[in-house]
Design a protein around this ligand. Structure first.
Ligand code: G1P
Length: 276
């Protein structure tokens, strides 16, 4: 049903300098696989085989990662080393990868609007690959969300409870309970202080958006920092009861920060390394 997924990947990754000085942060490996590949695998598992990257300067390695590396493949053809390429080869066979360049960084909403030519006028997924989501018990987070989309046909954001001290890093949401683990969003505040936060439910980097979001974003004025916020556009949809917040099954690591990145590395090494 939902065939496309947008990956905003133009950010600088300043928290990981100097590692990210000449290399995209999305290419940092969690054990032996780049962060962005985890997100792409999750999207493909959910049926979103059309992966659209909103890239920027210095991000060519991402597009190259999902393309054939002719010399490397030629060199190791027929050797046991080829097995290490099996996972990425499968991703490349199943997916179609497109890119558009974001020339200036003006917020997540602006990045999503920049991706419109690659999405068109259909509902689509969004993955912020800094958030690594894993569910060893069953379907991935985007798959869980596509099932919900089929039932409710509106925008859906993934949420997770965080501590009051952490809520200021995220969009916070609140609203009436639709059913267990599902909220019909009526309030949304981007990066609130603990006092301003309507709840401790933080928006995590997985979204399903209906395509009218593009028109809303186009008309959205920038905030005080000159950024166009996705949260502001979602608030417009939420005012019409068209946004659900879903407390997903699985675990999530904030790999946009060094401690979360290290935790994810330890977890993947202990639970998944050698399986793919
Ligand atoms: C963005 C969104 C925020 C959301 C977060 C999830 O913030 O604006 O609402 O909670 O992603 O990772 P950013 O991390 O780009 O500052």
């Amino acid at each position: 049903m939902i065939g496309k997924c947008l990956f905003p990947v133009a950010g600088y990754g300043t928290r990981f300098l100097p590692a990210t000085k000449s290399m995209p942060k999305e290419m940092l490996p969690i054990v032996n696989k780049p962060l962005v590949q985890y997100g792409v695998e999750e999207a493909i598992e959910a049926g979103m085989t059309n992966c659209a990257f909103v890239t920027g300067r210095g991000k060519r390695a991402i597009a190259d990662h999902f393309d054939t590396s002719y010399e490397l493949e030629h060199q190791i053809a027929g050797s046991t080393k080829e097995q290490h390429l099996e996972g990425i080869r499968e991703v490349m066979e199943r997916g179609v990868f497109t890119t558009v360049r974001q020339r200036s960084m003006r917020g997540l909403g602006h990045a999503i609007l920049t991706g419109k030519p690659l999405i068109g006028s259909e509902p689509f997924g969004v993955v912020l690959s800094d958030d690594l989501c894993l569910n060893s018990e069953g379907a991935g987070v985007l798959s869980q969300m596509t099932s919900l989309y089929e039932e409710f046909r509106c925008s859906i954001v993934a949420i997770q409870k965080v501590s009051p001290a952490e809520i200021s890093h995220y969009g916070a949401v609140a609203g009436p309970t639709e059913r267990d683990g599902l909220i019909r969003v009526s309030q949304m505040v981007e990066k609130p202080t603990p006092e301003q936060a309507p709840s401790n439910f933080a928006v995590i980097g997985r979204y399903i958006l209906t395509p009218d979001i593009f028109d809303i974003l186009r008309d959205m004025p920038p905030d005080d920092r000159g950024e166009i916020q996705l949260t502001d556009a979602l608030k417009v949809q939420a005012s019409e009861g068209r946004v659900l917040a879903y407390e997903f099954e699985g675990i999530r690591f904030d790999c946009g920060q060094v401690p979360g990145f290290v935790e994810a590395t330890q977890y993947v090494f202990e639970h998944h390394y050698g399986q793919n």
